[in-house]
Design a protein. Sequence first.
Length: 331
Amino acid sequence: MDPVALTRRLIDIESLTGKEAAAATFLASYLEELGYVVERMPVEGDRFNVYARPANVERPALVFSTHTDTVPPFLASSEDEENIYGRGACDAKGIIAAQIAACQQLRQSGKSAGLLFVVGEERDSQGAAVANQNPRGSQFLVNGEPTGNRVALASKGALRVEVTARGRMAHSAHPELGESAIEKLLDALQALRAMELPQNPEIGPSTVNIGIIEGGRATNVIPDFAKAQLLYRLVGPSGELRRAIVAAVGPLAEVEFVLDIPYMRFLDIPGIPTMTASFTSDIPRLAAWGRPVLLGPGSILVAHTDREFLAKAELAQAIEMYVKVGTFLLR
């Protein structure tokens, strides 16, 4: 197989979160042609995870995994002498290609590993949650995210929060008759921005991003509704931070915690450089699939951008790294 060509083929199949069926269908057929026993694991509607194992091994001890979905917008593939470009180049379609190539090399050396490609990582890890209810007996899980081909010793968690303020509509000519939900939300957000967030000497500070703000009805109407969606990157347990968020918002608005992915520590692999990841992954939702390793080519700094790319040399190195990890774990 040609990992560069496979990466480009995958990039050119649009697979925004919720619309992964075409990419999953391609992967399932591709892996069947390589001789794997392939299971299409239903998730929701026409969406499904792809699990593949060598035909001669019922329960591989090691499974390589990453996600088939990407963030918008779709960006078709291109390449030059050094790099592959396009949406998913490093997050995570190049990783899919590297993991398949590594499994092929492990098979040739007499070692067997499975593959698990899931949907929904970029939104809510729905595919991983479904997979976790259907483990296949593996002892180790090598999850792929852009770590620059370094093994992540730990990764930040994620706490997604919705803050909703409610008010009373009135004509803007007489604001004293209404109650502005937007003003209440702004005060709540200011209180949250002023909070001191947790620190972890191993992985750095917790951070917060106010990603979405919505509300209001018209410029001449006092708004009766406003909502903000925030994402905190966790560096430890979320309990104390949750309580602090609720206290900071107080009576100004309602607080709902819609996603909580914990801070995680992972396996180290001798001989491979290490890092700590400021992002999260599907690993917290895949605990039933074995002890985790987090490793993959590419940089998180270009993922989710209009210049996303993966160096061809790094793709080739990732295959070597995955083979090295597989050889170590299957010793």
